[in-house]
Every structure is written in C-alpha cells, then in structure tokens.
Design a protein around this ligand. Structure first.
Ligand SMILES: [Zn+2]
Length: 78
C-alpha cells in the first residue's frame, strides 16, 4: 500500500496541523479534545503526519504480531 492509497482512506479539508504546526494545509480530523482548562479542541493532522502515524502503527503491529490495517487513526486509537 503506497502513501496515496493510505491518504485516500481519510477525508481531507484545509486546516492547521496540531502535530507539526503546519497551517492552511490539507488536514484530516484525528481527535476531539476537551482540555481540563475548558473549551473544545479539534485535533487535525496533515498528510505528512498521518503517514508518520500510520507508519508507527504498522511498525507496532509488526512488533506485536498483529495485523496492520491502515485508515484507523482517530478517536479510540491508543
Ligand atoms: Zn503535520
């Protein structure tokens, strides 16, 4: 599976990446955060960060011997 196929598993909209601080770039919704200080924060990540996170999940799956399935980043993921 190449990076284009992985990116196609997510929905993209212009936004700011909370992980690498890139702004006005295609982002996908990763998680919703409710900080203790109050308010509501929508965590979005850019294409590069999604690929990095997917790569981490793939390596982790290989290490623990479980099956890697891309496209599963988001709420509920460790
Ligand atoms: Zn990023």
């Amino acid at each position: 599976m190449d990076r284009r196929e992985i990116l196609a598993l997510y929905e993209w909209a212009p936004g700011n990446c909370f992980r690498c601080a890139r702004t006005d770039t295609p982002t996908t919704h990763l998680d919703e955060l409710d900080p203790p200080a109050g308010g509501h924060y929508e965590a979005r990540v850019c294409e590069e960060c999604v690929l990095e996170l997917e790569d981490e999940r793939r390596r982790y799956a290989e290490r623990v011997g479980s099956e890697y399935k891309p496209g599963r980043l988001g709420p509920g993921e460790a």
